[in-house]
Design a protein around this ligand. Structure first.
Ligand code: SF4
Length: 470
């Protein structure tokens, strides 16, 4: 849920099959590297014989897996993990993943990044068959659907195929089965990232390549849209395309904000995408200024691109307190406002008297940008020219990104000139949709631009965004 007028991360998934009993520990390392994708909850499920043991709770990875919990993680050759950010609804332990489901023929644990548009209809159908649900997330629906399908076939792979063919929406799934298999599936549009890595000890799948790096796996390739990967206990792997759509649609906002700069997704480095966006912004919105600075963290690489293209020196405009993480845990607006200031402080000595180009990743309702501009002016900036490396948000997202109600998006309420005035900037420029597509030209998939132009890759029908969340 949005409390501080910034978009929040989604979810991160990881799974590993190794031959040295270290899957749980590797999963912990990988989840730590994926922490930027979700800070509300974390969990690890490991396979021990035919039992699935798991630990999950609300909080950061380091809070959920304290030293004593870590020391009790089971030694295992197969494990999966998840970090969670809820797009709507309850932030409660029942919704933390992996979701573990028992059925007559076995057990499975499921970790999911994305959003299933028709989860409500599937849940109702499963309830009519007698299935019980404890959580309010769509992952429990997916897990129950796979378990239901597993009752009608001897093969867990076929049960997964039968289940995912009923899902509409965005999903990168990692599933641990008591049948000694780890299964990963990416939706047919390839909306959320998922990649594959190898080490001397085994194979891993992860939301981002930075998680493979942190757990000592070498990035091998991205999982293809619609691809299902099945990894057996002996480390052998099978791959097949089980879902086909008439186009691909990778989430553009992954490159703008969600993914870590050191990750590479679908053949494009996230850092390079940020840098290209900054260069494109400089071409589209040049201005005379003394210094370019980025709003930490995701504005920094784009600011470097703007400086490179414009020839204006790059400098630091802010100091970030690295130990203040989640401003949304403060219950009142005043406390949240103070928390934002605790997080980011202007670097007065480097700002005073200067005409600044300030690069940030997005404007949602405008309140955070207004605070940022005011901070810079109070610190003595002579001019503040805001440059935004995302086009204006005009639509919500149905695929797992926490974008505000359309009536609250500033781009639906004000012109760009009015927005500049509202946030107190001397000028404001958003990268164009065409411009950002050029900046992300290296991506091997087509891009989803739904929240910027309403062109969603699939029909949303009558389904509501808030039915279920990641
Ligand atoms: S609508 Fe926007 S945030 Fe949602 S998947 Fe598409 S590009 Fe990403």
């Amino acid at each position: 849920m949005i409390f501080d007028d910034k978009l929040h991360e989604e979810c991160g998934v990881f799974g590993a099959v190794v031959n040295n009993r270290e899957a749980s520990g590797l999963t912990y390392n990988a989840l730590s590297a994926l922490q930027h994708r979700g800070q509300e909850g974390a969990g690890i499920a490991s396979l021990n014989g035919s039992a699935i043991l798991y630990h999950k709770d609300l909080g950061l990875v380091s809070e959920v897996f304290s030293k004593s919990v870590l020391s009790r993680l089971p030694e295992s050759n197969m494990a999966i993990g998840h970090v969670r950010y809820s797009t709507t609804g309850a932030n409660c332990v029942q919704n933390v993943q992996p979701v573990v489901t028992e059925y007559l023929r076995g057990r499975l644990a499921t970790a999911h990044n994305g959003n299933i548009v028709n989860a409500g209809a599937i849940k109702e159908r499963l309830q009519s068959y007698g299935c019980d649900f404890a959580a309010t997330n769509d992952t429990e629906v997916i897990s129950s659907l796979i378990a239901y399908e597993a009752l009608h076939t001897d093969s867990i792979e076929q049960a997964v195929i039968n289940a995912v063919r009923q899902l509409r929406g965005a999903f990168s799934l990692v599933i641990l089965s008591s049948k000694n298999k780890l299964i990963a599936v990416r939706d047919g549009f390839g909306m959320r990232p998922l990649c594959l890595g190898r080490s001397d000890h085994g194979i891993a799948v992860a939301s981002e390549s930075c998680a493979l790096d942190s757990s000592n796996f070498q990035f091998e390739r991205d999982v293809k849209p619609g691809e299902m990967i099945v990894i057996e206990a002996d480390g052998s792997m099978k791959s097949s395309i089980v879902l086909e759509e008439n186009r691909t649609a990778f989430c553009l906002f992954e490159y703008i904000y969600f993914a870590r700069s050191d990750s590479e997704i679908d053949h494009l480095s996230v850092y390079q995408a940020h840098f290209n966006m900054g260069r494109q912004l400089a071409r589209e919105f040049p201005v005379e200024a003394d210094m370019v600075c980025g709003v930490p963290d995701s504005g920094l690489d784009a600011a470097a691109g703007y400086a490179f293209e414009s020839g204006i020196p790059l400098g630091s405009g802010f100091t970030k307190n690295r130990y203040i993480g989640r401003s949304f845990i403060f219950p009142t607006q005043t406390q949240r406002d103070n928390a934002v200031r605790l997080k980011l402080n202007p670097l007065k000595a480097n700002i005073r008297g200067k005409r600044l180009v300030v690069v940030d990743d997005s404007i949602v309702r405008g309140t955070t940008s207004a605070r940022t501009v005011k901070m810079l002016r109070d610190a003595g900036a002579a001019e503040v020219h805001m440059r935004i490396s995302a086009p204006p948000f005009t639509h919500t997202c149905h695929f797992g990104t926490d974008i505000d109600d359309e009536s609250k998006l500033i781009a639906n309420k004000m012109s760009i000139e009015e927005t500049a005035k509202f946030i107190g900037a001397d000028s404001l420029g958003y990268i164009s949709i065409e411009g950002i597509k050029q900046a992300c030209d290296g991506c091997s998939l087509d891009l989803c631009t739904g929240c910027f132009d309403g062109n969603y890759p699939m029909d949303i029908g009558h389904h509501k965004k808030s039915e279920f969340e990641c």
